[in-house]
Design a protein around this ligand. Structure first.
Ligand code: SIN
Ligand code: MN
Length: 200
């Protein structure tokens, strides 16, 4: 495991060994069975290229009315619980008793991407967002506290964990591309990213 900091993002390369990645993937599969992936519409009317679902009390959602957290999957059911194997990562890295109440599950096919954005739909920015990467490599771009300016990029690989907190909690970030076939973890290929958040 190596640790580096880029613009306040605490990046733990190789944090999860192969066994833990496999356990988490199994847990994510059962989340997806209970709460199938969907492609949200952006407020601008375009479907996102990333497919997503959530676990926890809240799930992230977007449509013509905007970005927000909702307490039900679009088909009307509650979100499944955040798996213990995923919560364990948070507990290891974030001091104190607070636990996340949302785990967003993003799935990137080969050509999916996520534009630069801030995570700012949560009530209290003193809690970090903890990101877990599984499957194919993703080129993660880190910007600034406001839109524009120079950016830095790093490939996130399967098993990498990033803590986005402190002064960097509202830093713009996104995923430019996926390196297809770079991991054998997911049988169908692609990249899964989990982000744990404290919503309220
Ligand atoms: C996100 O910002 O929600 C996802 C980041 C990632 O896929 O690495
Ligand atoms: Mn984000």
């Amino acid at each position: 495991m190596t640790r580096l900091t880029i613009r306040g993002f605490d990046i733990r390369k190789g944090y999860l060994d192969a066994e833990r990645q496999g356990q988490i993937l199994t847990a994510v599969r059962s989340v997806v069975r209970a709460a199938p992936m969907f492609s949200p519409q952006t407020p601008f009317g375009k479907p996102m290229s990333v497919r997503m679902t959530s676990a926890g009390r809240y799930g992230w959602f977007s449509d013509a009315s905007g970005y927000r957290y909702v307490d039900r999957h679009p088909r009307g059911t509650e979100w499944p619980a955040i798996p213990e194997s995923v919560l364990a990562i948070w507990s290891e890295l974030v001091p104190g008793p607070q636990r996340p109440d949302c785990c967003l599950v993003n799935y990137y096919e080969d050509r999916a991407r996520m534009g630069l954005h801030q995570d700012r739909d949560e009530a209290d920015f003193s809690w970090p967002v903890v990101s877990v990467s599984l499957g194919d490599d993703g080129l993660f771009r880190i910007g600034n506290l406001t839109r524009g300016g120079k950016t830095e990029s790093i490939w996130l690989e399967s098993g990498d964990v990033v803590v986005m907190g402190g002064a960097a909690r509202l830093t713009y970030h996104g995923v430019d591309r996926i390196r297809a076939g770079s991991s054998t973890l997911l049988t169908g290929g692609g990249r899964i990213n989990l982000t744990m958040r404290v919503v309220d």
